[in-house]
Structure formats: C-alpha cells, structure tokens
Design a protein around this ligand. Structure first.
Ligand code: XMP
Length: 319
C-alpha cells in the first residue's frame, strides 16, 4: 500500500545512501520541482546541501524575496542568493532578437551558476528536480543516458563540465506526484499550485528590447492581473497567466490630459502539458474590470488587450 509518506522515507534513505557525508549543490529556480527536490534533500542530509538561486533580474514582483524568505529563513536551508541582475540586464541591453535573448540569458546563467557553485568547497553532487517525463524526453531526444539538465533550467551540460554527480530524487514522479510530495513535505499550498514560469523569465514577456523601465511596469501589471485572477477564484483553473508588455506606445486620455504610454496584452491559457493550449474564456466583466484596474494602478500603461490565440498556432509565451 503505497503512500507519499512512504515514498518520502524511501527517497530520504536513497539520498543518504548515495551521498553519504559529502556535499550537494542544488540550483533553485523558485519553481515547484527544484523546490521540492531541495526540501527533500535537506531533510535527508541537512546542511550538506547548499542551494544556489540565480537572480537574473527578470523575476516577478517580490519573487526573489519570497524564495529567499522561504528557503533560508523558513526552512533554514543554506542558500546563496546570486543577485546578478546588473550583469544580465547589462548583457541584454540593445538585444531585441528572441533567440539571441534566450542564448544570452542561458549562457550567463551557466557562468553565474558555476561561479557561485565553485565557492562551495568540496561539493561532489548536483541536485536536480528532474521528473519522469523529463527522463523519457531526454532519452528519446538523445538516445543516450539522461544526464542533461532540464532544458528550461538553462544549465544543460553543467554536471559534466563541473565534474559533479547527479542527485535526482524526483526521477520516478509525475508532476501531480511531485505536488503531492511537496504537500507531504509541508510546502505551502499556494506555492505548490503555482503556474509554470519560464527560465528566461520576464525577458520573453517583453518583446523587443528589455529596459528596466519596461520590466518595472510589467511587474506591476502582472501583479494586478494575478491578483484579479486569484480574487475571482480562477487561478487553479488556468495553466498559466501573465502580462506581456508590448513594444509600442499608444495615445490615451486621462482626465484633461493626453497620455502616451505602453500597451500590454493579458494572456491566460488552459493546457494539460504546455504542448497545446486554449485561451481562457474570461467573462467580459472580468476583462473590463481588470483593464480598468491595470490602467488606474500601473503608471506607464494606458491600453490593455486580451490575447485570444490558442496553441497552435500561437505559443504560450510571446517570444
Ligand atoms: P511556449 O511559449 O513554447 O511555452 O508555448 C510552453 C511552456 O514552456 C515555457 N517556456 C519556457 N520555459 N525556458 C523555459 O524554462 C524557455 O525558454 C521557455 N519558453 C517557453 C512556457 O512558459 C510554457 O509553460
């Protein structure tokens, strides 16, 4: 008779067997998989684990604080907060091409992760929140053993490069089982149920060139939108929802004056696995109320649109 409680105990035993008294590094993204892996491994080996959280400056409002607060302060897991936003945003200056953006971020991410990981003396293992579907996927893509880090963690090839062995305690689990394990480990519900968030973060929700100004505006608009979705009890019905700030300014009126501010697009989709998706059929009341709130509460936006493209032919993200 199989329960998550039993799985937890067995996984802890296996981690202890594998690691012994040696040290483990875990790249924490703030997502569910790496978080569950980190908490589980910490339970198994305590402070032999150090987490590295790379902050590329493309996170959502208060996201870095939340991750640091939860892991370092609540769970007491040793955590390096690698605040490298200046480095990333500097490198992205003037870059408008989506592929170049992704590559720039991915490459820097590896460099930065490696730099901080090197400070953890004597570490022999790298922990990853690889799930069963990732294992299948990488085997079918490469035909070889599955040693590539999940592509969306943007650290592919890192374990080989650093000479680290992998610890992958979630390898046998599906997403819903990881969530159940996370609950079993006491991670808060709202955290477990969070929508997926891409590795390149807000960069791919800011089509064209990224500026600090646009990122600020985007963060505020996104926070209002997600607040609306939660208040209307819709969050768990939606696979992913976010705002994209458009690289265009349009004219509006506000009181007696004319405005010339950014337009944004709201996105919300339902999906099973992110491979295909349908746009979410919000009521017109919800859309109208949300647009009004964003325009009133977020300086810099004077026009709100709703993206009604499904996937295919669209993608979920804008870039
Ligand atoms: P698309 O936009 O391709 O997204 O329909 C499908 C799912 O993948 C996420 N996504 C990414 N995740 N790095 C990631 O880690 C990326 O470069 C990336 N691009 C898209 C997206 O958020 C959605 O969940």
């Amino acid at each position: 008779d199989w329960t998550m409680g039993a799985y937890r105990q067995e996984a802890i035993r296996q981690i202890r067997d594998q690691v012994g008294d040696r040290k483990v590094i875990c790249g924490l993204s703030g997502g569910v998989d790496s978080s569950v892996a980190a908490v589980l491994i910490h339970e198994a080996i305590g402070d032999q684990l150090t987490c590295v959280f790379v902050d590329h400056g493309l996170l959502r409002l208060k996201e870095a604080e939340e991750v640091v607060g939860m892991f370092r302060d609540h769970y007491n897991i040793p955590l390096i907060h690698a605040d490298e936003s200046a480095l990333f945003l500097g490198a992205l200056e003037g870059v408008a091409d989506p592929e170049v953006k992704r590559k720039t971020i991915g490459k820097l991410f590896i460099d930065v992760f490696q730099k901080y990981a090197n400070r953890i003396e004597g570490a022999e293992f790298l922990a990853q929140g690889t799930l069963y579907p990732d294992v299948i996927e990488s085997v079918s893509f490469s035909g070889g053993p599955s040693v590539t880090i999940k592509s969306h963690h943007n650290v592919g090839g890192l374990p080989e490069k650093m000479g680290l062995k992998l610890v992958e305690p979630l390898r046998e689990l599906f997403k819903d089982e990881v969530r159940a394990l996370g609950r079993e480990l006491g991670l808060p519900d709202h955290f477990i149920a969070r929508h997926p968030f891409p590795g390149p973060g807000l960069a791919i929700r800011c089509p064209g060139e990224i500026t600090r100004e646009k990122l600020e505006i985007l963060r505020k608009a996104d926070a209002v939108y997600i607040d609306q979705i939660r208040k209307h009890g819709l969050y768990d019905e939606i696979w992913q929802a976010f705002v994209a700030i458009l690289p265009v300014r349009t004219v509006g009126v506000m009181g007696d004056g004319r405005t010339y501010d950014y337009a944004c697009a709201l996105r919300a989709v339902t999906s099973v696995d992110g491979m295909t998706a349908d746009y979410y059929p919000f009521s017109h009341d919800f859309l109208g109320e949300t647009a009004t709130r964003i325009i009133n509460e977020v300086k810099g936006i004077n026009r709100v649109t709703y993206d009604v493209t499904s996937k295919p032919p669209g993608t979920i993200e804008w870039e």
